[in-house]
Design a protein around this ligand. Structure first.
Ligand code: G6P
Length: 449
């Protein structure tokens, strides 16, 4: 078999028997049918299932053209968005590019610096970014499906003003790319009025499932990554998820195993990576599973650690604290870089026994040792294997997790495609800010503060 993204739960054999997996098959297959037959709750948000093979080719070509224009006329691209309008692009760009992308010399990087903003309400962050932009040519990709989200709207106001001051209204409008709903919303109206180039978040694709739409693709293409390969990888992931029998179907097995473990009282899933460039893949995964499954007082709490870094901070808890979790290691099998350790004349640090070994060998040994230690500490260990860090396997990985998430949500008995809970804080914030229409709530809340 060729290389592919694979789910492997062989290390968790002492926590899950083959019989349990077989007994769970009917439940999993029924959840899969609900998903692919579009017969379950949230079925108007299933556009992502066919996206890798059925996307708007004209828009895809326009994305590449816009990316080339930005690469040609901008030192910096600002990507403004939050949640599903942020994490996929950041995950992909950090996974695929140099760890120090933004500070590489321009001749080496060849593509614009890329900064993300509008994913918090921090004045300091905005002010600091304005300093970075001083004297540089820049463009903005404002991304918001609803077009009304507070964080990106605030950042957009600030940087649109800066852009307009620098270039004048007309030229500024040519440097703003709006990714939003095709027909509705404040951002759509503004983009129409101002003549920004527009890209679409399809109606039937929710934010956290939108990385393979213009939401993710435009920033990813600006970074120089090959978005054709990304889509090909996703198409390969889709084929495997839809067609492979249960017994060897990675997405279905992952959905099964995490639900079996949840039913045994493991209420926290920790995703662990051993590569800093996967940090935002974990963040993307957290939103995908957290917003999809955490509702109706149910769901696994999705957590993430960066290893070996966090073994020196969270390692103690995972090894020895409350036994509430299992661990899913995302393992890049082949490191893109080989660094060999040399022998030193005087072995002061006692590291000469590693001479001739690669840094990645040390990393993998740390990983294997940790997996065994955590298993001994009653933390079931699962693994998602990524053969190499490239566009194709990232596409497979995105699709694998999305499909597993849909199936897993239906096994759990919730609607994986809504997020009603997110509105509660927003209502309070609007009331406290004095937004028109929230007067009554404002009085109530002020009494409680
Ligand atoms: O794209 P937007 O409409 O601005 O939404 C951005 C994000 O914020 C919301 O509050 C939702 O919880 C997320 O699911 C969404 O991805």
């Amino acid at each position: 078999m060729g290389k592919e993204v694979v789910f492997d739960y062989s290390r968790a054999a002492e926590f899950i028997s083959a019989e349990e997996m077989e007994n769970f098959k009917t439940t999993v297959m029924s959840a899969k049918d609900t998903l692919v037959n579009k017969s379950g709750a949230g079925n108007d948000f299933l556009g992502w299932i066919d996206l890798p093979v059925d996307y708007d080719r004209d828009e895809f070509a326009r994305i590449k053209k816009a990316a080339a224009k930005i690469q040609g006329d901008s030192d910096v691209l600002l990507v403004i968005g939050i949640g599903g309008s942020y994490l996929g692009a950041r995950a992909a760009i950090e996974f695929l590019t140099n760890s120090f992308y933004n500070v590489l010399p321009k001749e080496v990087r060849k593509t614009p610096e890329i900064y993300f903003v509008g994913n918090s309400i921090s004045s300091k962050y905005i002010a600091d970014l304005k300093q970075v932009l001083a004297g540089k040519d820049f463009s903005i990709n404002i991304i918001s499906k609803s077009g009304t989200t507070t964080e990106p709207a605030i950042a957009f106001r600030v940087f649109k003003e800066m852009l307009t001051e620098k270039y004048g209204k007309e030229e500024a409008a040519k440097r703003i790319y709006a990714t939003t709903d095709k027909a509705r919303g404040a951002l759509k109206n503004l983009a129409d009025e101002e003549g920004y180039e527009e890209f679409v978040v399809p109606d039937d694709v929710g934010g956290r499932f939108s990385v393979l739409t213009a939401v993710g693709l435009l920033p990813i293409a600006v970074s120089g990554a090959d978005i054709d390969r990304l889509m090909e990888g996703a198409a390969s992931g889709r084929k495997k998820a839809l067609e492979t029998p249960y017994e060897s179907n990675s997405a279905l097995l992952y959905a099964a195993v995490r639900n079996i473990l949840l039913r045994k009282g493991k209420t926290v899933e920790i995703v662990a990576n051993y590569e800093p460039s996967l940090h935002y893949v974990s963040e993307w995964w957290k939103q995908l599973f957290g917003e999809s499954e955490g509702k109706d007082n149910r769901g696994l709490f999705p957590a993430a650690v960066d290893l070996t870094t966090d073994l020196h901070s969270m390692g103690q808890f995972i090894q020895d604290g409350a036994r509430i979790m299992f661990e899913t290691v995302i393992n890049v099998e082949e490191s893109p870089a080989e660094i060999l350790l040399n022998k030193e004349d005087v072995d002061t640090d006692g590291m000469n026994y590693l001479a001739g070994k690669s840094v990645d060998f040390v990393n993998k040994s740390a990983m294997n040792g940790t997996i065994l230690a955590h298993t001994d500490g009653s933390v079931p260990n699962l693994m998602v294997k990524i053969p190499e860090q490239n566009e194709f396997y990232l596409g497979e990985l995105f699709y694998f997790f999305e499909f597993a998430c849909g199936v897993s949500g239906y096994i759990l008995g919730i609607n994986p495609f809504n997020q009603p809970g997110v509105e509660s804080y927003k209502k309070n914030m609007f009331a406290l800010l004095g937004k028109p229409g929230y007067e009554a709530q404002r009085e109530e809340l002020l009494k409680r503060l």
